[in-house]
Design a protein around this ligand. Structure first.
Ligand SMILES: NC(=O)c1ccc[n+]([C@@H]2O[C@H](COP(=O)([O-])OP(=O)(O)OC[C@H]3O[C@@H](n4cnc5c(N)ncnc54)[C@H](OP(=O)(O)O)[C@@H]3O)[C@@H](O)[C@H]2O)c1
Length: 430
């Protein structure tokens, strides 16, 4: 067998320790598939004394991760520190500049700086691999970039954040409110102590930006993603969704339209019968629609040491074999410049919930506002009668334009009888 592929791992947290464990436990089959053993020979983390659950003695230890880029005995640098800036970015840039292939699990880095890093990798003629950056153990990068490479992709949609999917699942199953379920998820270790990256949709948006670049053959553009999180989803809306035949999911969706590419992350109502509506708990799923293949759906664990290490190992095995693909599937100069479509141009159906004072004429005022904005209503639900008191009213619209919907909302929110900011949830076809 040929000489081992010598790798340096920066970051020995959840993912880094998982990678070391996988390469130890599955050493033989990894070597057979890579055509050579894969050996971790150097590492970097902040705290030398911490027990990583895997032995690190005998490995070259660097306090400064960027030093891995200059270790002449290393063939590959694996970046598992995280963050779009700071040591992770410095290390990846330095490694590429030194002509070393890089494997990373860093979605923030790839979403924000992926276009420039790909140009750098192209120029240096080295690989920058990032299977672990999206949906953990689900091989979605390889699927889009290689398996579906012959297709024109028209739409991708995914449950891309396990924390949000877990919270929404528990809210539905137990009829509980967001804040209550989030606090429990934090106690159980399913949510970070600062949960904003997850619950505000940023993590899912990083992943969607990456998927959209691959699906539509264009430079990664995180700034083009419209982002809304799940903080405003209430148990009441989940119950109404159920009654209307939907589930509420935080989806990342990127779609080819006549005007360009629409990319957005927000809570959606999806028909209960849609396969993605049934992906619950911490699981992730991605649906891709290609012109020749039709619809493909992948489902699995989107985070955690094992699944993420599985994805990192796949990239390392490719490197061991000498298999190389351009970062975004085609050379940077060959990427298309399809424009990004703003959210105001989105067309779809909407769920609208209002809390109104139960008195004559209110519904007429609301429907007049919709009519004035050119929004046509498909159905309406009103629960309970409590004259003079607050009652929820739910409206479902036909397909309409987002800008028109917001014009109607402004008018509705200004009505005296409307007691709180209306809740708007987009309805997404299966
Ligand atoms: N966790 C997941 O399930 C998951 C899934 C997919 C992708 N990812 C991505 O994988 C990456 C790593 O995530 P993680 O969950 O493993 O993070 P983590 O548990 O917080 O580990 C981060 C590691 O980086 C090290 N580190 C931080 N700053 C450093 C510095 N200045 N110099 C050297 N080492 C430094 C830390 O060292 P110490 O241990 O000494 O503090 C730690 O070992 C991130 O990009 C993340 O987005 C994670």
């Amino acid at each position: 067998m040929t000489r081992p592929l010598s790798i340096g791992v920066a970051g020995l947290g959840t993912v880094g320790a998982g990678v070391l464990r996988l390469l130890r436990d599955n050493a033989e089959l990894v070597a057979a598939r890579a055509g050579r053993p894969i050996a971790v020979t150097a590492v970097s983390a902040r705290d030398r004394t911490r027990d990583r659950g895997v032995p690190t003695s005998g490995l070259r230890w660097y306090d400064d991760p960027v030093a891995l880029a200059f270790d002449p005995a290393l063939d590959v640098v694996v970046e598992l520190i995280g963050g779009a800036e700071g040591p992770a970015r410095e290390l990846v840039q330095a490694a590429l500049a030194a002509g070393k292939p890089v494997v990373t699990a860093n979605k923030a880095l790839m979403a924000v700086h992926g276009a420039a890093l790909a140009q750098q990798a192209d120029k240096a003629g080295v690989t920058l691999a990032f299977e672990a950056a999206v949906a953990g153990g689900i091989p979605v990068i390889k699927t889009l970039r290689e398996g579906l490479a012959g297709n024109r992709i028209d739409r991708i949609a995914g449950i891309l954040n396990g924390t949000c999917n877990y919270i929404l699942t528990v809210m539905r199953e137990r009829g509980r409110e967001f804040a209550d379920v989030l606090a429990e998820a934090q106690r159980l270790g399913y949510a970070e102590s600062d949960p904003s990256f997850d619950v505000d949709g940023i993590d899912a948006a990083h992943k969607l930006a990456i998927l959209a670049a691959l699906a539509f053959n264009r430079p990664v553009d995180f700034a083009a993603v419209h982002i809304e999180g799940i903080r405003a989803v209430s148990a009441l809306d989940i119950a109404f969704a159920n009654e209307l035949g939907y589930r509420i999911k935080l989806l990342g969706i990127a779609r080819r339209t006549e005007a360009g590419i629409e990319s957005r992350v927000h809570p959606c109502m999806v028909p209960q019968a849609a396969p993605i509506a049934r992906v619950d708990g911490v699981l992730n799923a991605v649906v891709a629609e290609g012109d020749f293949v039709g619809r493909v759906m992948l489902e699995g664990r989107g985070a955690g040491a094992g699944p993420t290490a599985s994805a990192v190992a796949a990239d390392l095995i490719d490197l061991g074999r000498g298999r190389a693909t351009p970062v975004w599937g085609a050379a940077s100069a060959m990427l298309a410049n399809l424009p990004a479509v703003p959210m105001s141009a989105h067309v779809g159906a909407y769920y609208l919930r209002l809390m109104v004072v139960d008195r004559p004429g209110v519904i007429a005022d609301v429907t007049a506002a919709l009519r004035d904005a050119g929004v046509s209503m498909e159905s309406m639900l009103q629960r309970g009668r409590a004259p003079g008191e607050a009652v929820p009213v739910v409206l479902v619209t036909h397909e309409t334009n987002e800008a028109a919907m917001h014009r109607a909302l402004d008018q509705i929110a200004a009505l005296d009888a409307v007691l709180e900011a209306p809740t708007l949830i987009r309805i997404e076809p299966a």
